[in-house]
Design a protein around this ligand. Structure first.
Ligand code: FES
Length: 100
């Protein structure tokens, strides 16, 4: 597993979310209660962009067909479906890092 610096906390502060690209993967990161949660941006159902989904607390609703995922666990919570690919993150010196 490798650690990648992807952004500064300042960059995500306004929208509370952003997209980053690492080694050809598009990863959506969300700032929730001071914590960074990172998932593969593409919904495992049919590739909807989770970045464009509707947030509700720690859940995200895919804009294409409405699957709801927990950003904490990656699990699909409103239907039996594949989970999101989640990534470990850390914040150090106001910088955001992702483990891949
Ligand atoms: S692509 Fe996300 S619910 Fe279908």
């Amino acid at each position: 597993m490798k650690l990648y610096k992807v952004a500064s906390l300042k960059e995500i502060q306004k929208k509370k979310k952003m997209l980053v690209n690492i080694n050809g993967r598009t990863i959506a990161i969300f700032l929730i209660k001071g914590e960074i949660l990172a998932v593969n941006n593409f919904c495992p159902h049919q590739g909807g962009s989770l970045y464009d989904g509707k947030m509700s607390r720690t859940n995200i609703t895919c804009p294409l067909h409405g699957r709801v995922y927990s950003l904490l666990t990656g699990k699909c919570i409103n239907i039996i479906g594949s989970p999101l690919e989640k990534y470990k993150t850390k914040i150090e010196n106001e910088e955001i890092f992702i483990f891949i």
